[in-house]
Write a protein that binds this ligand. Structure first.
Ligand code: DQA
Length: 146
């Protein structure tokens, strides 16, 4: 099983940015945790992080027929990007959305979410553990789908 984990803008600044909201664990440590989990679960995992909307769209398009599913934290693009939503719809892979913080309880401008209705599941407010839950959820979903 091949899963693609995509992180949007500023997720590479984890551990530095607003630690009261996003925690003190850095991006490298997130990747290490997810790699460990994927190893234990026999999942092939690829990570991609970009601060650029078009690069994320390109990566989603490249996933077509190469990956079984996508875990995505589109970060700020969650609230603005029709292009990312359209790319996800285009490749039509089961997609789980992750947010480190509890976006549904934050500022009004974060209540617009282009991804939520499309995703098969969303995890928010669980910190970095949300990514682990998302991977396990997607694994389960894909196994049951067979
Ligand atoms: C975020 C929430 C977004 O509103 C924000 O722009 C981010 C991170 C989260 O993981 O909680 O950059 O997606």
């Amino acid at each position: 099983m091949k899963l693609l984990v995509i992180n949007g803008p500023n997720i590479n600044m984890l551990g530095i940015r607003e630690v009261n909201i996003y925690g003190s664990e850095n991006y490298k440590s997130l990747l290490e945790r997810l790699n460990k989990l994927s190893h234990e679960e026999n999942i092939e995992l690829e990570h991609f992080q970009s601060n650029h909307e078009g690069a994320i769209v390109d990566k989603i398009q490249e996933a077509y027929q190469k990956f079984d599913g996508i875990v995505i934290n589109p970060a700020a693009y969650t609230h603005t990007s029709v292009a990312i939503l359209d790319a996800l719809k285009a490749v039509s892979l089961p997609t789980v959305e992750v947010h480190i913080s509890k976006v549904s309880e934050r500022e009004d401008f974060r209540q617009v979410n282009f991804i939520r209705d499309y995703a098969i599941k969303s995890f928010e407010g669980l910190g970095i553990a949300g990514y682990e839950k998302a991977i396990l959820y997607l694994k389960n979903y894909l196994e049951e789908e067979k």
